[in-house]
Design a protein around this ligand. Structure first.
Ligand code: ADP
Length: 676
């Protein structure tokens, strides 16, 4: 059978060759699904990002809904409080919602207003700074004065006789009824002051201040006394006294001790402040009073606006206020938005999670509660709600959007890394699979080649033997000399056959791991010399000689002489086979430090560096021209290696193309225990 046919045994014809089929299988079953999966995963990756954003937004939407519901229920509850409140007093905030109670307790933060039969009531009583509606004139001093008072007044005012007037007032003070005392004292003090008797005037004002409050000309008597005491101290330049009087006066005035009408209140407040500054009153306390007064002033103005025209939001220069009210009769609560912002809004938000911020905007766009987010706030969710006439706007956003984005990116990176890893694994696995399958295919091909080669190897000695035997049988060869020659050739051919069979059996035993070695002490010198001689006579007919250089007395080794002999024979066989036209091959031996070296040398075709890496592989045959003409199964060298390794030895090849090859076996002196 021609060589190329042996390499390609008949097989079913497919559209593609096995290599292409393999690639097609890889592409169809691994690469394409892998690519699809990859694309799919990339899409999922992008969607994952969008999904995470959507989840954040959905959560914010939910929070917005919850806050709207909270606002609604709180506002309703506050209105409800008004329905249940006792409009006639006494004022008791115990049953009120916490936030309203706190607002009412802090000056300037909240006030309740009720319209009752007694007019407009405010709770707490001193929450506002001045009267919002006209109050009935306070009673206390009889409207008809005795004639002696008129006389004293005429001395003081018309005749301008202060001394006599003072005496008249003093007499009156001792004689008249107590209800008139504040009025007379006030007149006396006034006249004393006009007379320049400032000390006595101050004493009289202090007396007046100590009396129960009585209203004189629309003003409380003690207020008049304290105002005059301040004025006197200022006039006398007594700063220490002015300081004490003014601060105390301002504290009582702004604390709501006297409910004046608006212009009077503003007038006295202004006076108090300028006396405090003039007297250099304690700065911290003064500022405190001043701030509280500002708050109360804003609250009072807001309450005034509410009475004018009820509205949920009462905008004021000094701060926005919220109002909740019922009509008929009017009951209302006015709360400072600033107070709610710092005391109530954080509570509303804290229930929604640490990481969320929100702001509520009034219809005119200013933030009532919370502070405005940055312009470019990602993920912010806005909703309009009705809590008055115009729509309010609620905006909710995550406190740290960067953290959310970073988390999304981190998850994406993780997924991407995993994807790349799986991709690399897939490619790597694919590559390994292809390599393994290729090798298996190569071995399958080599096996097929092996069968055809082996049959071929068998055929030629068999044909030779048959031919010679026939000639002898038919008596065509009569000369005894010739007959002996023919018989020798028959024996040689049978030997070759036997060696071939032995090689194949060895190989199959070796493959199955059943090859056993019987080690015995062996003297290399005689053994190698005999081997060379035997091999030489076997190939004598081909005209090739084996030149053996075996020194005497090589140290003995432990070996299976039959197996080792077949290894050396294989090397000699190859040396002859691959040196066409050469008439000599060499068998050399020498003793080294711990091993003997057996070298088989030829001047044949040589082996390329590339082939040298593989020649010891089973079924491997170099790809040169020589392989086409020289028969072989690619088993010899793999057997050699196996046998030598079983003897704890090594085999190596040195060669140069066109110059020849040397195969060297190294075997240790030491006896070998065990077998392979
Ligand atoms: P084969 O039956 O083909 O000789 P081997 O295992 O003995 O199988 O050898 C493997 C291959 O190594 C051979 O096909 C040949 O190409 C190469 N080879 C072995 N010995 C020699 C040599 N002495 N000179 C050149 N090539 C050699």
């Amino acid at each position: 059978m021609p060589k190329n046919q042996a390499r390609r045994p008949a097989r079913p014809r497919f559209l593609l060759g096995p290599g292409q089929r393999l690639i097609a299988v890889f592409v169809v079953f691994i690469l394409l699904p892998g690519a699809f999966l990859g694309l799919f995963a990339l899409r999922a990756l992008r969607q994952e990002g969008r999904l995470a954003e959507q989840r954040t937004r959905e959560r914010l939407e939910r929070v917005v809904g919850e806050i709207v519901a909270d606002l609604d229920s709180n506002f309703r509850q506050w209105e409800e409080t008004l329905r249940l409140a006792d409009k006639e007093g006494p004022f008791d905030s115990g049953s009120y919602p916490d936030i309203i109670r706190q607002a009412l307790e802090q000056p300037g933060c909240g006030v309740l207003l009720f319209e009752s039969q007694r007019g407009l009531q405010t709770f707490p009583h001193e929450a506002l700074l001045y009267q919002l509606a006209d109050a009935p004139a306070p009673q206390g001093i009889p409207s008809r004065f005795p004639p002696s008072l008129a006389e004293a007044e005429s001395l003081e005012i018309e005749r301008k006789d202060n001394e006599r007037a003072i005496r008249a007032y003093r007499r009156l003070l001792d004689s008249s009824d107590t209800k008139l005392r504040p009025l007379i004292l006030q007149r006396l003090a006034r006249t004393l002051r006009k007379a320049g008797r400032l000390e006595e005037a101050a004493t009289a004002y202090r007396d007046l201040q100590r009396l129960d409050t009585a209203w004189i000309g629309g003003l409380p008597s003690d207020l008049i006394a304290r105002s005059e005491l301040c004025s006197l101290a200022a006039e006398r330049g007594d700063n220490a006294q002015l300081q004490a009087y003014a601060l105390a006066f301002y504290r009582d005035l702004s604390g709501g001790k006297w409910l004046l009408d608006k212009p009077r209140y503003l007038y006295y407040s202004e006076r108090c402040r300028s006396w405090c500054l003039e007297g250099q009153a304690a700065e911290a306390e003064f500022n405190d009073l001043r701030m509280t007064e500002e708050r109360k002033l804003a609250l009072t103005r807001a309450a005034g606006e509410l009475l004018n025209e009820p509205a949920r939001i009462l905008p004021g220069e000094a701060g926005v206020h919220l109002a909740f009210w019922l009509t008929d009769p009017l009951a209302a609560v006015v709360l400072s938005a600033g107070f709610l912002n710092s005391n109530w809004w954080p509570q509303v938000l804290s229930a929604k999670g640490e990481d969320i911020d929100a702001a509520l905007f009034s219809p005119d766009g200013r933030a009532l509660f919370g502070s405005s987010p940055a312009e470019t706030q990602p993920f912010a969710v806005t909703r309009e709600l009705r809590a008055g006439e115009a729509p309010w706007r609620l905006k909710v956003w995550p406190r740290q959007p960067a953290a959310i984005q970073a988390e999304i990116r981190q998850r994406q990176t993780l997924l991407l890394t995993m994807l790349v890893f799986v991709g690399v694994l897939l490619l790597f696995g694919g590559a390994i699979t292809i390599r393994i399958v290729r090798r298996e295919m190569e071995i399958a091909r080599l096996r097929a080649d092996f069968v055809s080669t082996v049959s071929h190897e068998f055929r030629s000695p068999l044909t030779g033997i048959r031919h010679l035997a026939e000639m002898l049988l038919e008596g065509r060869v009569t000369a005894p000399e010739k007959q002996r020659g023919y018989f020798r050739m028959i024996v040689q051919e049978s030997d070759r056959l036997a060696r071939l069979v032995e090689n194949i059996l060895d190989f199959s035993r070796m493959e199955e791991g059943r090859r056993e070695y019987r080690y015995e002490p062996l003297s290399p010198t005689p053994w190698l010399r005999k081997l060379a001689a035997d091999f030489g006579s076997e190939i004598a007919a081909s005209g090739v000689v084996v030149e053996a250089n075996i020194p005497d007395g090589l140290p003995s080794i432990s070996a299976d002489s039959q197996a080792l002999g077949s290894a050396v024979r294989n090397l000699l066989d190859n040396a002859v086979k691959y040196s066409p036209g050469e008439k000599t091959v060499w068998l050399d031996a020498e003793a080294g430090d711990a091993a003997i070296r057996i070298a088989v040398r030829d001047r044949g075709v040589g082996i390329s560096e590339q082939d040298r890496k593989h020649i010891f592989d089973r079924f491997y045959r170099a790809d040169g021209d020589i392989s086409k003409t020289v028969k072989g199964a690619g088993l010899g060298l793999s057997l050699v290696q196996h046998i030598v390794a079983a003897h704890d030895g090594t085999v190596e090849c040195r060669s140069r193309i066109g110059e020849g090859s040397i195969f060297t076996i190294r075997l240790p002196f030491a006896p070998i225990t065990g077998g392979g």
